[in-house]
Design a protein around this ligand. Sequence first.
Ligand code: F6R
Length: 603
Amino acid sequence: MCGILGYTGNKQAAPILLDGLAKLEYRGYDSAGIAVYDGGNINIKKSRGRLKILADMTEQGDLLKGTCGIGHTRWATHGEPSDTNAHPLWSDDKTVVAIHNGIVENYREIKDKLSEKGYSFYSQTDTEAAVKLIDFYYKANNHDALIAITKAMQVIRGSYCFVIMFNDRPGEVWGVRKDNPLIAGQGDGEAFLTSDASAILQHTKHVYYFDNFEIAKIDADGSIIFYNKNGEQVNKTLSEITWDAQAVEKGGFEHFMLKEIHEQGKAVRDTLHNQDIGIRDSEIKNISQIYIIACGSAYHAGYVGQYVIEDLAKIPVRMELASEFRYRSMPLDKNALAIVISQSGETADTLAAMRRAKEHGLKTLAIVNVVGSTIAREAESVFYTLAGPEIAVATTKAYSAQLIACYVLALRFALVRQVINQDYYNKLFNELEEIPAKIDEILDQKENIREIAKKFINANDAFFLGRNIDYALAMEGSLKMKEISYLHSEAIAAGEMKHGPISLVENHMPVIGILTQSVLYKKTVSNMLEVKSRGAYILGITTQGNAALERDADFIFYIPETDEHFAASLAVIPLQLLGYYLAAAKGLDVDKPRNLAKSVTVE
Ligand code: F6R
């Protein structure tokens, strides 16, 4: 999704903006722009396409002189990706210049009203309506920026963060947010506004998190002042980001995704040792049932968690796609626990679903990676996954950390509810301690997966099959494959093959079977043989010592033994590598797959 950055201080703004926007490229975008205040005017440059075009156009920022500015990477929602629709957008006489993340839902209505007052519109964006609305209130209120912004907030519906400059307010940059991330960074004699800390980590780790409907003004001396929606000044607490600037660099790897695949051992270890799991024993005892709510890979991690929690803690768990749950009318049990899972903590559907669960009186526990994100701030309690910043659009280490968080909860629930005893708990926890070393063992064999991936290069379709936990893994393997390598793939619960999908099997079609659950080995093997006899090329991912597929599979990848509840943490590694190496072999932009954004802050 879009990336936002504002700067004011004593350095040249344009190079800082271009550099910061480069750190936000991973979020996905189709155009970019910057605006810099040169002492008298606000100069704007923007372009469709990669940031490099903008950098070349401005001679790496040299052409735009000034120490105060704003920059944006846009992921088109309203209006095609184009130079005109790129941000910043401005009011007719450039009194107001702004960038925006989110959606202005009532932009047509605002446009109509402003048109009656003589405003005209040059772009197809929803943002332009908001910019001109702020302009209208600014001029109607004696050029008072705070009043203009608060009045505009009362009219604008939707989700947004805006970062704004006014052409008669040198050195000032204003920010406001609702349901879209925005933070203010405190530097030494300089200040920043950004949607993502990665953009400013090399300048400062000291930040203020905006609450919904809060406004901030950053000024040339580095001061930051916050206001609430009534225009009253509010005191905020400065927080320190623990991530390193280095964490957002590739560190010698060809892609962020490969780097992050290799960081999974650490993500698992750190999350396993997070002492704050967000829920007290007294609360655990009273849970009647659990809803796990998430999107995409986070949903897949929860899907594994569902099996593990039900089996270990014997609490019924229901999986819910956040985009469905938020609009569903169903009886909700007040003693249920809603566990929401989100790497970014900003996914619009997950946030809305969590709010709905809260409205219905459910206790909410969020498994989140980004500290200070909206979901983390609004959930009643938080279990942070400690995966560090994830830059590649396709999640790997955050997914692995989410799995661990689910296991830790399952174990704790089981112990507190006396379904398992302390000895068994310790045994399982020790198994979890060994996961990082086993992940590294698998990574040592990555060349084998690279070889197999090359064989898939001409395939048009693939199936991923599994049962129970292996089915949850099949969903993640299939998603990784399609999102980065663009190979169409489907995850099928192996027992469902005969109910329709098997008719799609053709000669040489890759079918990847996941077989980590011993009671189900034979069942899945039969399904694999059925597709093999119809011409499929079959690849098995299974545990060392399981010879069930030995004779029949075209290729087998063995993962080290572990307690079967936790096998997903190992079997997912070859699945991630398969998607990665296929995408790399096709020469695709692995870290920034087409049409995708890292954090989905709109519905
Ligand atoms: C896939 C992927 C997405 C996210 C999904 C939820 O690789 O990354 O499917 O898992 O968009 O995002 P978060 O976890 O930020 O809520």
